[in-house]
Design a protein around this ligand. Structure first.
Ligand code: C2E
Ligand code: MG
Ligand code: MG
Ligand code: MG
Length: 286
């Protein structure tokens, strides 16, 4: 079709690319404005101690609700923030909000000892020379213990294992922060590689847990193996996507330490989170 004659000839490939770039630029412009006008918020999902059924931690999750009330999934906008570098600014903001809100929870007397706030970190943030200081500043400003902050990283952050990324992870650990490997099981880890990961906790991806009630013998075998692998490596396990009592019962039997999922609570705003935590921990106290 395209004969490279006239100046008005655009190949199909260029057109596709052009549309993609346009959509991305439009989205980026929207996101910047949305951030300035307060359309982004941070919600928190409780993480339950499997031994006590009490709230032990929280995961901070970004939310985007437009003025028209439309919600856009982080699965859609986080990759664009990463592509455009906006994740550096937003990521720093999320850590700050999460630290501040964790402090609020503490001041309300809602927390057990050794509770934590987990924050998702993009691979790019680990390449940022200012990142460790930013975390340390939030800890200091809110008078937290570094161990109150868990940083969730994915295998893709580590796949290149650049010297700088490994240094950053080392510095975060020296500071006293905990590191969790998010989405465990859907990445690329070889067993060999897993043994060297500088993480304290493995979070089993929700895809292994959500469908528990339809699981067959092989699915269960995989779930069991993932939990024992983590334990044999000396790491604690958080199961994500716990939606049924059956799943929770199985995971407790297998000594999975922490449970996170809609069976217990969905991600929620700070005020609801306070109520949920007080209610859950009070009842269990007796
Ligand atoms: P993730 O870190 O694996 O977070 C867990 C996701 O599972 C959340 O989705 C949560 O709402 C969902 N979830 C938890 N329990 C259940 C359950 O029982 N059933 C079902 N169906 N889903 C459950 P969400 O909030 O849509 O976030 C998606 C992903 O976006 C996150 O996956 C994370 O990778 C990314 N993300 C969210 N907030 C941030 C952020 O502040 N920074 C970065 N870098 N990534 C973020
Ligand atoms: Mg996460
Ligand atoms: Mg994640
Ligand atoms: Mg996950």
């Amino acid at each position: 079709a395209c004969k490279h004659k006239g100046g008005d000839c655009i190949s199909f490939f260029d057109q596709e690319l052009g549309i993609r770039v346009n959509r991305r630029n439009q989205m980026l412009k929207n996101m910047r404005l949305a951030f300035r006008t307060g359309e982004f918020t941070v919600h928190y999902q409780p993480i339950i101690d499997a031994n006590t059924d009490r709230v032990k931690g929280y995961e901070a999750l970004l939310r985007w609700t437009t003025r028209k009330g439309e919600t856009i999934s982080p699965a859609e906008f986080v990759p664009i923030m990463e592509e455009t570098g906006m994740i550096h600014m937003i990521g720093a903001w999320v850590i700050q909000q999460a630290g501040r809100d964790f402090n609020q929870l503490r001041r309300a007397g809602a927390l057990d000892q050794h509770c934590w706030m987990s924050v998702n970190i993009s691979p790019m943030q680990l390449q940022d020379p200012g990142f460790v200081n930013r975390v340390a500043n939030v800890v200091a400003e809110q008078k937290l213990l570094p161990g109150n902050i868990h940083l969730e990283i994915t295998e893709s952050s580590l796949i290149e294992k650049t010297q700088f990324t490994m240094q950053t992870l080392g510095a975060l650990r020296s500071l006293g922060c905990h590191l969790s490997l998010d989405d465990f099981g859907v990445g690329y880890s070889s067993m060999n590689y897993l043994k060297e990961l500088p993480v304290d906790t493995l979070k089993i991806d929700q895809s292994f847990v959500r469908s528990f009630n339809d699981a067959n013998e092989s699915d269960l075998a995989i779930l069991r193996a993932m939990i024992s692998l983590a334990h044999n490596l000396g790491k604690a396990v958080v199961a994500e996507g716990v939606e049924t009592i059956e799943a929770a019962t199985f995971l407790k039997q297998k000594r999975c330490e922490y449970l996170q999922g809609f069976l217990y609570a969905k991600p929620m705003a700070l005020q609801q989170l306070l109520d949920f935590t007080l209610k859950t921990n009070q009842v269990k106290c007796g």
